[in-house]
Design a protein around this ligand. Sequence first.
Ligand code: ZN
Ligand code: ZN
Length: 173
Amino acid sequence: MHAAIAWLLIGLASWTLVEYVIHGILSHQLQSFVAPLHAVHHHDQHAVFALGAWVPAVGVMAAMALVWGWAPQTLFYLGLLGGFAGYEIIHYRLHFARTLTPWEVRLRLHHRIHHLVSPSRCFGVSTMLWDWALGTGIGAAERHRYKGLLQLPPLSGPSNLGQLLAAVRPRSR
Ligand SMILES: [Zn+2]
Ligand SMILES: [Zn+2]
């Protein structure tokens, strides 16, 4: 039981590095196949949820559970998926939420600098750890210089998930 929880937590923590690799390296630095998908979000920040990624991500989860049951690798991957879900919520809040915790305020400034000042830096969304470790972060002086970006209001209107739910919801009279 303890080992199972440990594998889940290792997967969850590993998500932060996977997030950095997908966003920073595959989308921005290497212009891989995920770059055009991510560019949609830079073009319109309302498209905040990686909706298309969930279908293959959950498909892999189902396949792993079928083949291996709740083996360590399945639990590790489930932890990764939990991290992905957490990322989606945090990313949504950074763009749309009106009230944020102090921790989210720091992440919001980091993410606004990525969107509005320097897309080649500040790749972390759920943590600034990997930017700090890998040299793509910003220091206190720059954070101070750009803190006016926090004055911009959060986005209004529906996200891409909101639009999808509105489209499939049966109309009430
Ligand atoms: Zn964003
Ligand atoms: Zn980006």
